[in-house]
Design a protein around this ligand. Structure first.
Ligand code: SAH
Length: 363
């Protein structure tokens, strides 16, 4: 493992300006017009931000000095300071970023044979309270703005620029519940997907939710071609409530109804994440019950061997039992994979690095 602790200059905490990464192309056009500038400059600015990836308005050399000053007075480009950048033996890179107000978030770059995938954070902390998750320790501090989520992808892309590589996919599976910060998350999706911005194809983006039912209906109605994942983790409502208190507010039945609505509306397949917690939800009976629950759905199950979190006392399911669980589902005709682990030596599971490095934030 290689760890770089950087000493980037801290963003001025006192005067926080809006991140320009929060703006859609049209919003930037409107801003230009309101400020006596030509709207077509927006495309040039996007080019500097997302293709050339400059960190300073000063470098936008085809803009007038006046416009560069106006932009700098109103906006900030980089709002994230890299505190830690750890590279794992398998090439996974984990970033701990500090925000303008001193809070910290994590972003992970994972290497797959099909490309480079970035896992982004949507909130500082989380209020969902899943009993196995490190992100929820210390509760929710605040939502991230769209630009703070976009900036994570740009930062990782800049790190990849050094080796001439590209971010090919994005998963919204870092710290936080994306559907609890819905508008910013949606704005983020539209920006990274825009051809004049990072141009990451909708089919290469995945959003995962713990099951905020009303937002699932809303998301289905957006009709975007984004991949959609639901953290299920249990085949019945009693067990799910024990693992995920959100199941008290949005019961499994209602969750499954919303998932069906999503599939009908979009025609897309849903992924279910199912963490295997030793002795809790990993028996053959659980696998059969899970198969009963989802048997007629257009879906895929992703089995996640539990990541050990020191503050939580779940244990791993033994390997043979993981394979047995997989086999039971396969025999029932369910599409299933076991999640490959990335960056095991660098605390790559959600919220682990932050929990370790920023104890005061996660208590
Ligand atoms: N809040 C969203 C996004 C997080 S995605 C959601 O809940 O879907 C991260 C995935 O990892 C979720 O499925 C989450 O439940 C799971 N996870 C969290 N902590 C884990 C742990 N210790 N072991 C295994 N999976 C975990």
């Amino acid at each position: 493992m290689e760890q770089i602790t950087t000493t980037e200059t801290k963003t001025e905490k006192a005067e926080k300006k809006k991140s320009i990464y929060s703006l859609q192309l049209q919003e930037l056009k409107d801003w230009l017009q309101e400020n006596g500038e030509k709207p077509f400059r927006a495309e040039q600015i996007f080019d500097w931000l997302y293709k050339k990836r400059v960190a300073d308005f000063e470098d936008m050399s085809n803009l007038s000095k006046g416009l560069r000053e106006k932009l700098a007075n109103q906006f900030q480009i980089t709002t994230l300071n890299t505190v830690i950048q750890q590279t794992s033996s398998d090439g996974t890179i984990k970033f701990l970023f500090e925000l303008h107000d001193g809070f910290s978030i994590e972003t992970v770059l994972m290497r797959h044979d099909y490309g480079n995938s970035v896992c982004v954070t949507t909130q500082v902390g989380c209020r969902i309270g899943c009993t196995f998750c490190a992100s929820t320790l210390g509760g929710l501090k605040r939502h991230l703005e769209a630009g703070e989520i976009v900036a994570q992808v740009v930062k990782v892309q800049k790190a990849l620029d050094e080796s001439d590589e590209r971010v090919s996919s994005v998963v919204i599976m870092g710290i936080g519940e994306p559907f609890d910060n819905y508008d910013n998350m949606l704005s983020f999706l539209k920006i990274i997907n825009h051809e004049k911005a990072l141009n990451i194809g909708a089919r290469h983006i995945t959003v995962s939710t713990s099951g905020i039912v009303p937002k699932i209906y809303k998301f289905a109605d957006e009709n975007m071609q984004i991949n959609f994942a639901v953290s299920l983790h249990a085949p019945n409502t009693e067990l799910r409530t024990k693992l995920m208190p959100i199941n008290k507010a949005f019961k499994l039945d209602d969750l499954m109804k919303a998932v069906r609505y999503y599939i009908d509306k979009t025609g897309r397949r849903v992924s279910f994440e199912y963490g295997l917690f030793g002795g809790v939800n990993d028996s053959t009976e659980h696998a059969e019950e899970l198969a009963d629950l989802i048997t007629d759905l257009k879906c895929h199950v992703n089995l996640i061997p539990v990541n050990y979190v020191p503050e939580r006392d779940y244990v791993r399911t033994p390997r043979e039992k993981i394979f047995a669980f997989e086999k039971t589902l396969k025999n029932r005709g369910i599409n299933v994979t076991i999640r490959r682990e990335h960056g095991h030596d660098i605390d790559a599971a959600c919220g682990q690095l932050r929990a370790k490095e920023r104890k005061e934030e996660t208590r």
